[in-house]
Every structure is written in C-alpha cells, then in structure tokens.
Design a protein around this ligand. Structure first.
Ligand code: TYM
Length: 328
C-alpha cells in the first residue's frame, strides 16, 4: 500500500482554503493509502507563538481533522513535536540543502519581506518539511498550490541523499487539486486566502458562525461586470467564489455557470453563503462534540506511537548510511 502524508500548521484559525486545498483531500485519500496527517507545531514556531495559543491551536487543528472526517482507525493523526525524529532528520536535511535553494523559496521571501529581523527557523523551514515527508517514505503529499515549491525541494533533497548515500528515500509526488488549489482572499482576488491575514473579513474560518459567513461573503469584493463566469485571468474574484461554490456543493464549474446564467452577483453570493454554511455546519457540530469529549488526546497518543516506530527505523537507516557511529 502506498503512503500519503501531509500537515497543517496550528497558527491561527484554519480557513476554507486549508480545507479545500488540503484537508478535504486528506479525508478522501485515507481510504486508499497508509496515511499520516500531522499538526506541524514545530513549523508554527518559525514565527513567534503565544504558548497558550499554540496549545489551543494544536488541539483545535487535531479536532478539526477528526471533525472533517479523518478516521484514527484509517489514518495516523499526530503532533509533529510528539515525534522527535522530525527535528533530528530536519537537521540532517538542513545540512543537505544549499543556501541558494532556500533563498529562492517564495514563501520565505513573502514572509520575510520588509521585516527587520527574520528568524533562522523561517529560512530552514523547507528542510524540516522535507524531513516530515521523507521519514515515512511518503509517495503522495496532498497540498495546496503554495506548497508546490517546497515539495520540489523535498524531491531534490531526497534525490541528493540517494545519490550520495545510496538509494533509500522515496521521491514523493505532490497531490494538488485541479479546482481549489489556491483559494483567494475575499478582499483581493490576487492574494491567497490566509489565516494570518490581519483582516478577518478576508477569509472564512472553518469555525465561523453562519451569520459571520453570510456577512463576509456578502462583502466579498467582486470584479466589475455582472456575469457569473469562470475566468480566473480576467475575473479572479468571481472565479474564486465559483471555486468555493463548486467545492462545497459538488457542482462542476460548468453547472454553476449554467445555473446562474443571466443572474447578478448578489443572488449568486447569497446562495453561495447558504452552500458554505450548510457544508460547514455538520463539521462544526462534530468539532464541538469532539472538543467536549476530550478524545483528541488518545488519538494523538496512538498516532504518535505508530509514527515514532516508523520514523525511528528511517532515522537509524539514514544515520547508518551517513556514517554516524551507532551507540553500543
Ligand atoms: P499551511 O499550514 O500554511 O497550510 C496547510 C495546507 O493548506 C493549504 N492552503 C491552501 N490551499 C488552497 N488555498 C489556500 N488559500 C490555502 N492556504 C493554505 C496549503 O497549501 C497546505 O497544504 N508547510 C506547510 C505545512 C507542512 C507540510 C509538511 C505539508 C509542514 N510539513 C509536510 C505537507 C507535508 C504549511 O505551512 O501549510
């Protein structure tokens, strides 16, 4: 059976971008793959986190995984920091990566732009991400479009290791959805929807109450013109709303175009809000039940135990190949 792995950072509120670009696919893929889905808390601390907020967000993301439909019987669900092998292989991957490669990462450029002081962790972050994936020899990594470049670096690092120390790592493939790989901000159709955007009106959080979702969508900016038509180049904002509609309703873009032919944006946006509210309501209900039950802790304990067993085997093999003297 092939292996799938992915992770989401516990930093801020998860958005429908995280859901459509990543989490929804985790749920589908767990059926056919040996699955590892992490809450990547070691990645989150590459920017400063309040300890209490990090704790809460970590538990919340794990609960959202379950609420979205990840099944701990089918998938290993765990916190990255509960499996110390991530940090250790992360260091090894850092030594295989070149400064120039890391400097080319657009996410690093975006996150460091205009800052007086940029954490070194933010810079070496893609090496840790490579370690996350390679520890389990993952074949497939479901992510949104913004992680594509990090995946390419992971593939390069795997190849470099294999070349220097003998074939060992599986070179992973990205799994990027055709529709919804890049959900855009509601206030600007040229920017990615992001949980770290200070304007909360720019994103829909998975836990936003129905009225907040309705308000945010009614205020979402739309392109000039009036036709509900999918044309990401010329009409990025309405096209983005159509992608969201498609993901929550199961209708294709063509079906949505036909349904709203001759209608104005206003009616479309109102119905979109109802589609999103109806799509998120069951997830939100399950989330509340899961948080109340406290079952997350047991799931994370079991997930980490399973993950550690695999990760430790990889690390031993990697260190042996590299020439580390084994402890006797
Ligand atoms: P993160 O936490 O920023 O985002 C989690 C996932 O959500 C996707 N995503 C989006 N997809 C579509 N539209 C959007 N607006 C949008 N915003 C976010 C991301 O592409 C991602 O798939 N580096 C990763 C976390 C990570 C990881 C890994 C992923 C760490 N180790 C190993 C895969 C495998 C990140 O920061 O994702």
């Amino acid at each position: 059976m092939k292996t799938v792995l992915s992770g989401i950072q516990p930093s801020g509120l998860l958005t429908i971008g995280n859901y459509i670009g990543a989490m929804k696919n985790f749920v589908a893929l767990q059926e056919d793959y040996n699955s590892y889905f992490m809450v990547v808390d070691l990645h989150a601390i590459t920017v400063a986190q309040e300890p209490a907020a990090l704790r809460e967000a970590s538990e919340s993301v794990a609960a959202l995984y379950l609420a979205a439909g990840l099944d701990p019987v089918k998938a290993n669900i765990f916190l990255q920091s509960h499996v110390p092998q991530h940090a250790e292989l992360g260091w090894i991957m850092t030594t295989l990566a070149a400064m120039g490669e890391l400097e080319r990462m657009t996410q690093f450029k975006d996150k460091s732009e205009g800052k007086d002081s940029v954490g070194a962790g933010l810079f070496v972050y893609p090496a840790l991400m490579a370690a996350d994936i390679l520890l389990y020899n993952a074949d497939l990594v479901p992510v949104g479009d913004d992680q594509k470049q990090h995946l390419e670096l992971t593939r390069d690092l795997a190849g470099r290791f294999n070349h220097r120390f003998g074939d060992y790592f599986t070179v992973p493939e990205p799994f990027i959805p055709k529709v919804g790989a890049r959900i855009m901000s509601l206030d600007d159709g040229t920017k990615k929807m992001s949980k770290s955007n200070p304007n909360v009106g720019s994103f829909i959080a998975l836990l936003d109450p129905p009225d907040v979702i309705r308000k945010k969508l009614s205020r979402a900016t739309t392109d000039s013109g009036r036709e509900v038509m999918y044309d990401p180049q010329n009409k990025p904002e309405i096209s983005n709303l159509m992608s969201i509609y498609s993901q929550f309703s199961g209708l294709s873009l063509d079906e949505i175009t036909a349904k709203y032919e001759g209608q104005m944006y206003g009616g479309f946006k109102k119905e979109l809000a109802e589609v999103v509210v109806a799509g998120l309501e069951p997830l939100q209900q399950r989330y509340r039940d899961i948080r109340e039950s406290g079952e997350v802790h047991q799931v994370l304990r079991q997930g980490a135990e399973n993950a550690q067993a695999v990760a430790e085997k990889t690390l031993i093999a990697v260190k042996e190949r590299m020439g580390f003297l084994p402890a006797q």
